[in-house]
Design a protein around this ligand. Structure first.
Ligand SMILES: Cc1ncc(COP(=O)(O)O)c(C=O)c1O
Length: 396
């Protein structure tokens, strides 16, 4: 019998029984170590042979022990993948994926809606390594026509950062597959729980576990999940070469966080929809960006490809930048901060310069505010948003 994902997420990483006492704690402890001791040279030889064959093997602290293995299992279950490489942050996972999948002389097509620091990775590292990157609009461009003879990778994010633009993942996968190009996607929004790009044809899914997987705003974590062993070997090799490693305590915190994912995610989604309804009734709001909101242009793709939603939304406000600043400063329950995916509500006044490269951004909007809707009472959140929206016009 195949158990439901919710059940599997609760049982991965149960501690084994002590053979002497027949007892065990519920969860695996955080196994911190640098050195791995081997019972004999035969045991060491076996572990090294497994590692050489590309299998998961415990050989040294950098690659982690049982706590890490359990967290890898979590990501594989979430994403429906067969291999997982952990990283110390989402951005580190993105870097591992790029360096594992492309070489000097290769070209990468990157969707213009991706997480902003990917452009910095391009400027700071990829360019110098002779890796060519060009950006495309998933909504407007004929992607097939942009593929060059040396294009090896299409890198996307769906829904995109800041504006939550839904991409047609199966269509992109078909274009990539036809030409033998890999398709990698940032799936931090879906985190495998509400959106599974590997099942829609993507080859590589990258998750900043910092957000919904860990879920409590106290961990930095990334993961790269793949299906194909040859692709997995390239990702493993990049990770090994770069010496990235995740602390056992962070792996343990993420395991603890994931136990409540099944209740957190739908609650974030319900709260966000309540907030959307409220915002839609306010004259200061010109547009809501949230793929599960029926008026969002990505709603049909969201209905087709996703099994749920979360607390992320952006709001375009009919006001000046100064009024938008007053709105953000007036909020009392929303922390001003860049991240999201924790239990709490957050707000970010999006910098206009971050939007100019997003083709999905219409120039008619005045100010964009990104909200992460947390697990607080929506009555309180709506009251807070209402009093802050009242400042618009009053301060202008
Ligand atoms: C969509 C997306 N991908 C990746 C990252 C990077 O994750 P981390 O902050 O763990 O490096 C972020 C962080 O905000 C993000 O929003």
């Amino acid at each position: 019998m195949t158990e439901h994902l919710d059940t599997r997420l609760l049982h991965i990483g149960s501690a084994p029984f002590d053979p002497e006492t027949g007892t065990a704690p519920v969860s695996l402890p955080s196994i911190r170590t640098s050195t791995v001791r081997f019972e004999s040279l035969d045991a060491l030889d076996k572990a090294m042979a497994r590692r050489l064959a590309g299998e998961r093997a415990i050989t040294y602290g950098r690659s982690g022990m049982d706590t890490h293995r359990a967290l890898e299992d979590v990501f594989m279950q979430l994403e429906g993948g067969s291999y997982c490489v952990l990283a110390p942050s989402g951005m580190a996972a993105i870097t591992i994926a790029f360096l594992g999948l492309v070489r000097s002389g290769d070209h990468v097509l990157v969707a213009d809606c991706v997480y902003g620091p990917v452009r910095n990775l391009d400027r700071a590292l990829l360019r110098g390594l002779g890796i060519e990157v060009s950006y495309f609009s998933a909504g407007r461009d004929d992607v097939a026509a942009l593929i060059r003879p040396n294009t090896r990778l299409i890198y996307v994010e769906s829904p995109g950062s800041l504006l939550l633009e839904m991409l047609d993942m199966p269509a992109l996968a078909a274009i990539a597959q036809e030409r033998g190009i890999l398709l990698a996607t940032d799936n931090t929004w879906g985190s495998g729980y509400i959106y599974r790009p590997l099942a829609l044809g993507a080859d590589v899914s990258i998750v900043a576990g910092t957000k919904y997987v860990a879920g409590h705003s106290d961990v930095m974590l990334g993961a790269v999940i793949v299906k194909d062993p040859a692709v997995a070997a390239r990702i493993h090799s990049a990770q090994y070469a770069m010496g990235n490693s995740l602390s056992a305590d962070d792996a343990w915190l993420a395991l603890r966080g994931v136990r409540t994912m099944a209740v957190r995610m739908p609650q974030h989604a319900r709260n966000a929809l309540e907030v959307c309804k409220f915002l839609d009734s306010r004259p200061e709001v010109s547009r809501i960006f949230h793929p599960a909101w029926a008026k969002d242009p990505g709603y049909a793709l969201w209905q087709r490809d996703c099994t749920g939603s979360n607390g992320m939304l952006s709001v375009a406000l009919r006001c000046s930048r100064q009024e938008a600043r007053s709105f953000v400063n007036a909020l009392t329950l929303f922390g001003i901060g860049f991240s999201w995916g924790g239990f709490e509500s957050l707000v970010q006044l999006v910098d206009q310069s971050a939007l100019t490269s997003h083709s999905y951004w219409g120039s008619q909007e005045h100010a964009l505010v990104r909200l992460h809707i947390g697990l607080e009472s929506t009555d309180d959140l709506i009251k807070d948003l209402g009093q802050a929206l009242d400042r618009i016009g009053a301060t202008g």
